[in-house]
Design a protein around this ligand. Structure first.
Ligand code: EPZ
Length: 429
């Protein structure tokens, strides 16, 4: 129950290296299951040290994998046995993304038992589209005691429309694409998610012997093969971490160089930042982000990639809360993803929520206060607001932030922030 205590007012200056992507690593790690015993180990470089990764490692070990961090930091994943194909509630409830072992287990082992993910702070998150995609390939899916039970004698290639009410599904695409690699025949996924994390998974699966084309577009073709084998792959940089640090540099009128940052994964974000007055200069392998004056107001709507990412919505709300003028944010992916609104208001932000739209009246300043983190990206937004809020901001329950940002306070200190992690006991003193 640690907290982060932030003294606002410091301009961020210096350089930061962006870590490998959490959201790419999780399905990549699940993909290693497809190699099977004797198929050789998969080596994943740049997998970040995060609590979500620790959970996925624990799950893979329960599913018969040997998982080790190598001396060079790479994660070695080798399937030793396939006796246990049950992803238990105790693990899945800690991290919904565990669902991405469903497709690989079903395709490889013809059976999977996965606890149905429960409620989530950012809103309703069903997995009906995942199941629909697998059923289209011939899987038989039942629900028993809160578990999804998927069986098949052999998956068969199919034409699958994977779109939903809120557009495409990222992990749904990962699950169906992974399963189709070992199906008989060819699968065509229409309305597939185009996120860079899906492309990264396809590249790794192709290195394992799969035949996937069209990843990164709404139509993906997968020609099923007999077997896959281990491979070595380097995870893409974390675009949401990069976007978060861009906002931190911009809100403090700082100047920060981001190393290992792919701007081609952040086009909508860079476009929005430049539109409000942030300077972003691309260079070899990264960019420099700077702002020198009060930023302008903006209107943004979250969309599936390549649109504006929902995982940066909260951080931009903090940024626009001190912009010059009224801004409007509409959340189209997770319409209830607004737990950060009340907490930002505690810092003096003027926010008016109507349904899945928030109108932001830009203020000249925010004032430090104790606030409560509710989910990963909301906690990042509160830290960002604390960087400029007058006085002290205490962000409580930062275990949320440790799920997606490695040693965030140390990295912010390295670029000049006044921030420290304190335990519950220290806080009470
Ligand atoms: C991934 O979640 C990310 N998580 C999320 O990041 C991210 O917010 C989300 O994609 C959208 O970009 C990981 O990659 C581990 P979706 P995912 O399925 O795949 C609805 C973070 O902060 N839907 O693309 O679970 C769903 O409710 C996390 O790092 C269905 O209706 O999201 C949502 O409204 C948070 N039925 C929309 O689709 C389904 O079967 C998009 O969700 C599946 C999804």
């Amino acid at each position: 129950m640690d907290s982060l205590v932030i003294e606002g007012g410091a301009r961020l200056r210096g350089s930061l290296k962006i870590n490998g992507s959490k959201n790419a690593s999780l399905p990549l790690m699940a993909g290693a299951l497809l190699a099977g015993p004797g198929g050789g180990a998969t080596f994943l470089r740049d997998v970040p040290n995060l609590s979500d990764i620790v959970h996925q490692i624990a799950l893979l070990r329960e599913l018969g994998c040997e998982v080790e961090r190598q001396a060079d930091g790479a994660l070695k994943i080798e399937v030793k046995d396939e006796k246990d194909s049950h992803a238990r509630y105790d693990l899945v409830r800690k991290m919904r993304a565990s669902i991405c072992v469903l497709g690989p287990l079903l395709a490889r082992r013809k059976y999977a038992r996965i606890s149905m993910p429960g409620g989530c702070a950012i809103g309703d998150r069903p997995v009906d589209i995942h199941l629909r995609g697998l059923e289209a390939m011939g899987a038989v899916i039942d629900l028993d005691g809160g578990d999804i039970i998927a069986r098949t004698d052999q998956l068969t290639g199919a034409e699958i429309f994977l779109g939903g009410n809120f557009g495409s599904t990222v992990l749904g695409t990962a699950n169906v694409m992974s399963a189709a690699t070992l199906a008989k025949g060819t699968t065509m996924i229409e309305s597939a998610a185009c996120e860079p994390e899906v492309v990264d998974l396809a590249n790794c699966l192709n290195a394992m012997g799969a035949k996937i084309t069209g990843a990164g577009t709404p139509r993906i073709l997968i020609e099923g093969v007999e077997a896959l084998h281990g491979a070595a792959h380097t995870v893409i940089p974390d675009r949401i971490e990069a976007g978060t640090f861009m906002v931190a540099a911009a809100i403090t009128n700082g100047e920060v160089r981001l190393e290992n940052c792919r701007l081609d994964h952040l086009m909508a974000v860079v476009d929005k930042l430049r539109a409000i007055g942030v300077i972003i200069e691309k260079d070899n392998g990264g960019c420099t982000v700077a702002s020198v004056r009060r930023l302008e107001a903006a209107t943004l709507t979250t969309q599936p990639h390549p649109g504006f990412p929902t995982d940066l919505q909260a951080q931009f709300m903090a940024l626009l809360s001190i912009a010059d003028g009224n801004s409007v944010i509409t959340e189209k992916i997770f319409p209830d993803r607004f737990l950060h609104v009340a907490e930002l208001a505690r810092l003096g932000a003027r926010l008016h929520k109507e349904g899945s739209t928030v109108i932001i009246q830009g203020q000249k300043k925010l004032i430090g206060a104790p606030v409560m983190a509710s989910d990963l990206r909301a906690s990042a937004a509160l830290v960002i607001a604390g960087l400029i809020a007058k006085g002290t901001t205490t962000v409580m329950r930062v275990y949320h932030i440790d799920r997606g940002y490695e040693k965030i306070e140390q990295r912010l200190i390295n670029v000049g922030a006044k921030i420290k992690r304190v335990s519950q006991e220290e806080l009470e003193l």
